[in-house]
Design a protein around this ligand. Structure first.
Ligand SMILES: [Zn+2]
Length: 355
């Protein structure tokens, strides 16, 4: 594991500085709480039409964390390689913070939440750790479609995103890079429409609603005629079906692959039809935030929307990989060269573990 972190510490994104090139598209990053491939399969939604609409699917994207706090820090610090769990809360140099890095490349950065961001100091992480100070909004204009486990309002995703987009278009000018966070799939949410369904029973309808909302939002972006690079990243899974080592449904103490491997995807909106791949290109090697961001950096450095923009296939050949290492406080799961998993328990002992 030491070698892994050594290698990761050498990875740093290079983006053009503002002035060198002027971005000609907006960036929207959708960060989804409680969504893993295993949850999609358990809910029977692995083949939801949304996934066909993306241009790139990362099928072995590892969120490297099983809880929201570390997951958001890992995303925010994704302009550098993966760090140990303990290092996350000590902050990261500005050159590792993806939104300030995008800001330097000429984007106006913003954060938007479909919840109040109070739990676990979520919006403070964005503001003070992720370089989005003073830029995080709560989508209060959007209708409340459910309540969180603590009774706080959770706003409708389509209305939130659509409202932001209208506002962004009316401002015109500088391209935006938006971080959007949704907790619509979080365990413990209660639908405002009532009903006694438990959070687990309501996962599937909430999932269908969220994926449908993303489809509608993509259609809205397409109709606007403005080029946008849309990225979807999972925070961590829901463990809908329970997991290895007797972890019950909903329990995420062990950061196992069925929790941390989730659907990361990218779509270029506004590309002429002839240059669209038609069906999603699949990146199947193990990846994490840095790899997705390296594709984003490639797009910023050499816009795909200009007349002679390079095709996605060639860009994907340059995407690297990140071996699977996932952590919670005290627990680490990693994949070895043979493809098997090893787990380090809180006492620091490693042992092979099937998941
Ligand atoms: Zn979460």
């Amino acid at each position: 594991m030491h070698a892994f972190y050594q290698d990761e510490s050498r990875r740093k994104l290079e983006l053009p500085q503002s002035g060198a090139t002027k971005p000609d598209f907006d960036i929207v990053v959708l960060h989804v709480c409680s969504l893993a491939w295993a949850d999609l399969e358990a809910a029977g939604e692995r083949n939801h039409p949304l996934f066909e609409r993306f241009d790139v699917l990362f099928t072995r994207f590892n969120s490297a964390a099983a809880y929201s706090g570390p997951a958001v820090l890992r995303l925010l610090y994704g302009a550098c390689g993966q760090v140990r769990h303990g290092q996350l809360y000590r902050g990261a140099p500005r050159e590792c913070q993806i939104f300030p890095v995008l800001e330097q490349a000429g984007f106006r950065t913003a954060g938007l939440l479909n919840h109040d961001g109070a739990f676990d100091n979520f919006s403070k992480l964005l503001e003070y750790r992720g370089g989005l100070h003073g830029k995080v909004q709560v989508s209060r204009q959007a209708p409340v479609h459910m309540h969180g486990f603590d009774g706080s309002p959770v706003h409708d995703d389509y209305a939130a995103l659509s409202g932001w987009w209208r506002q962004q278009q009316s401002q015109g000018g500088q391209p935006a890079a938006l971080y959007y966070n949704t907790i619509s799939l979080h365990d413990g949410n209660r639908l405002s429409s009532g009903g006694g369904r438990s959070s687990l029973e309501s996962y599937k309808p909430r999932l269908r609603k969220l994926l449908g909302d993303f489809e509608r939002f993509i259609a809205q972006l397409e109709a606007s005629g403005r080029p946008v690079v849309l990225v979807m990243l999972p925070e961590h899974g829901m463990a809908l079906q329970g997991g290895g080592m007797g972890q019950f449904s909903g329990v995420r103490e062990i950061p196992e692959p069925r929790i941390t491997l989730g659907p990361a995807a990218l779509k270029l909106i506004g590309l002429p039809k002839a240059r669209q791949p038609g069906s999603p290109l699949v990146v199947s090697q193990p990846t994490s935030y840095f790899d997705v961001n390296s594709l984003l950096a490639d797009l910023v450095a050499d816009s795909p929307f200009k007349a002679q923009g390079a095709a996605l296939q060639g860009r994907l050949a340059r995407v690297g990989n990140t071996p699977f290492v996932a952590e919670n406080e005290g627990m680490v799961v990693m994949q070895d060269a043979s493809g098997g998993y090893l787990m380090r328990n809180e006492q620091g002992r490693w042992k092979p573990q099937a998941f």
